[in-house]
Design a protein around this ligand. Structure first.
Ligand code: GLA
Ligand code: ZN
Length: 659
């Protein structure tokens, strides 16, 4: 990859081949806007192969050459996100079957079966043609696999592969019956062929089945994606590959897909300016999403593959980005570890579904627009700060954010509807970020060793591997905080026996949970810290209150109400060289701040009292630390001797040892 921060985005010249004047203008405007990279070919299959076996890449040849001559690099997509009509008509097996058993007809996009041998073969032929043709093209810097992979298919081919997947996972049907606890409701199977994917018209009450279907869907998607990667790598082993992830999409475990990719990239479309939250809060949520992406490959930058300089066409109301917001939010991406700011899209389509989706060039067709000028300004800024390219974050704290756990909590039947796993993790991330700590977000099977403090919120699904790693982490001096709902089930959703948190962690935490009380939304209990932690008593807690029995742990806070008033809600246990803290209830941000501050300070992580709306992120490279200060408010803001105008970002650098 080149040593520049990429600026540009999806470019669809194939929609304008009859307008050479427009294509000409595109190049001139791109240069003016500081565009140095575009993504081509995301949905170009019907233009590449208008009839089966009839190919036309001549237009792409010309565009690639011209872009290169103008200093613009190309991210080339494989066009497998949508298929030409001839393929669907001739080979219906390429189309998905929905959970009611009905096969789709041709249309929209992303509706193909990832198992179909016909589809895979067609994709392989196309990918190899592209890779062979452009292997030595100097503009090509990155492959973009398909587009926003997602969805599921219930066709006979997928069902068969699902059964094979289960067989491989469980070995015997008896083992599956045990792990899925199928004796309950007389659900026992005697053969893998009796098992169908979960669906609304059939089985949906076996947690193990529901979870394994999601795991299978991820596995199958990954297998498909790897198929595409292999086709490309055959001809271009040195061109890196990525695929654009969709925020925190629930349908695929991105942590399982990351290893097959060289670079993580994602598409970010927050509802900037929505009246339900402040800009600062939208920024916090976005920083969380950037953090999830960054943490998948902490040793290298990620890419912001899509964003929009103005509006999308799918928010309930598509508010314009207020002046200055585009620069702020783009700088936030870079601050969080992105080496790019890319857009969907360069030029608005004239027709069809996304004709009102924002772009750098509007239907007006000129550079004389607010949006264009803001994009061009950002282009210059990115050029000016290209020295941060290649730098990476090194954060001392991590929060566990795990897809399997999300799925298990989603599917958990009972306790409370107020599950809010994502919001809880995000809330903890926010409190840390408000105090200058940009925590990584890692899966339960991630590496904990590099962190001083690890927070495991609602780690309902506790896998033996994770339990062991957590135990080792604390033993070796780490500071761990877990919360209510931790360690209830194993990797197949069987409850741990002998006390939660299961699998031996009751010793690490020196406590166990005897009962859990779920409050109605309007109800609150209270939390009172012991004197050493905070003078204020009675912080509000909500939703979940566990009744805790201590073994060796010290009580750090107690409930203030109900029949369990005075019993422990927060405990601390010294274990090995470290400490394991357990919070048994859902605390609001003020109480979380007290707890997190204590934990961070104990772990030797500096905790800063920042003015509201200031975000700080750090990136490191070759002994230098780049510190980004972002003012996410419309008011001027100052901190220490740094003054920031509304929405302004400043970068300071110093040698790493000074940090
Ligand atoms: C996604 C897709 C793009 C486009 C945008 C619209 O990110 O990848 O093709 O549809 O959404 O916001
Ligand atoms: Zn299928």
């Amino acid at each position: 990859m080149e040593k520049k921060l990429l600026h540009g985005g999806d470019y669809n010249p194939e929609q304008w081949l009859d307008r050479p004047d427009i294509l000409e203008k595109d190049l001139a405007y791109m240069k003016e806007a500081g565009v140095n990279a575009v993504t081509l070919g995301v949905f170009s299959w019907s233009v590449y192969e208008p009839e089966e076996g009839v190919y036309d890449f001549s237009w792409l040849d010309t565009i690639m050459d011209r872009l290169y001559d103008n200093g613009i690099s190309v991210i080339l997509a494989t066009p497998s996100g949508a298929r030409p009509a001839w393929m669907d008509l001739k080979y219906p097996e390429v189309l998905r079957v929905n959970e009611y058993g009905l096969r789709n007809t041709h249309g929209v996009r992303h509706n193909h079966c990832m198992s179909s041998p016909v589809y895979r073969e067609k994709v392989r032929i196309m990918d190899e043609m592209l890779a062979k043709r452009y292997a030595n093209h100097p503009a090509l810097i990155l492959w973009h696999i398909s587009n926003e992979l997602g969805g599921q298919c219930f066709c006979p081919l997928c069902t068969k592969r699902f059964r094979q997947f289960l067989k491989k996972r469980y070995g015997t049907i008896d083992n599956l019956n045990h792990e899925w606890w199928t004796t309950f409701w007389s659900h026992r199977f005697t053969d893998f062929d009796q098992i169908d994917p979960p669906s609304k018209r059939g089985e949906s009450s076996i947690h193990g089945l529901n979870l394994d279907w999601k795991r299978f869907t991820t596995w199958n998607m990954n297998d498909y994606m790897t198929w595409e990667i292999q086709a490309l790598k055959k001809w271009t082993p040195n061109i890196p590959v990525t695929t654009n992830f969709m925020r925190l999409y629930r349908g695929l475990d991105y942590h399982k897909m990351a290893p097959a990719l060289d670079i993580i990239s994602w598409d970010s479309y927050p509802a900037w300016g929505n009246p339900g939250e402040t800009l600062t809060d939208t920024c916090f949520k976005t920083a969380f999403e950037h953090g999830v992406m960054r943490s998948m490959k902490p040793d290298r930058p990620f890419l912001l593959m899509e964003s929009v300089p103005s509006i999308v066409n799918w928010h309930p109301s598509n508010r314009l980005k207020r002046p200055g917001v585009h620069e702020l939010t783009s700088m936030q991406a870079v601050a969080c570890g992105s080496d790019s700011v890319l857009y969907f899209q360069w030029r608005k389509s004239r027709g069809s579904f996304e004709q009102y989706h924002g772009a750098v060039i509007d239907h007006l067709g000129t550079n004389d627009t607010r949006v264009f000028k803001e994009v061009a300004h950002l282009g210059q800024t990115l050029k000016d700060i290209s020295y941060v390219q290649g730098s990476i974050a090194k954060n001392p704290a991590a929060i566990i954010f795990d897809w399997d756990n999300r799925w298990a909590i989603d599917d958990m039947a009972g306790l409370s509807d107020l599950k809010n796993y994502d919001e809880t993790v995000q809330g903890i991330h926010k409190v840390l970020l408000e105090h200058g700590i940009d925590a990584d977000l890692i899966p339960g099977d991630g590496d904990f060793e590099n962190y001083k403090a690890v927070i495991a919120p609602m780690l309902y699904m506790l896998k033996p591997y994770t339990a062991k790693k957590l135990e080792q982490f604390v033993k070796n001096g780490g500071i761990l905080l877990a919360t209510y709902l931790t360690g209830y089930v194993n990797e197949n959703t069987l409850c741990w026996l002998g006390g939660f948190p299961g699998d031996g962690l009751t010793d690490v935490f020196g406590m166990y949970t005897e009962e859990i009380d779920s409050l109605y939304a309007q109800e609150r209990n209270g939390l009172a810290f012991t004197d050493s932690l905070a003078p204020v008593k009675d912080f509000a807690i909500r939703d979940f209150c566990e009744i805790i029995k201590t073994k060796s742990a010290q009580v750090m806070a107690v409930y203030t109400r109900d029949f369990y008033a005075g019993t422990p809600v927060l405990t601390k246990n010294n274990y090995g060289q470290g400490q394991a803290w357990y919070l048994g209830a859902r605390a609001d941000e003020d109480a979380m701040a007290v707890i997190l501050k204590t934990i961070c300070e104990t772990a030797g992580i500096s905790w800063e009292e920042l003015p509201k709306g200031l975000e700080i992120h750090r990136r490191y490279k070759e002994g230098t630390c780049y510190t980004f200060y972002l003012n996410t408010t419309q008011e001027p803001l100052s901190y220490k001797d740094i003054s920031l105008k509304p929405l302004e970002t400043k970068i300071f650098y110093c040698s790493q040892s000074e940090q």
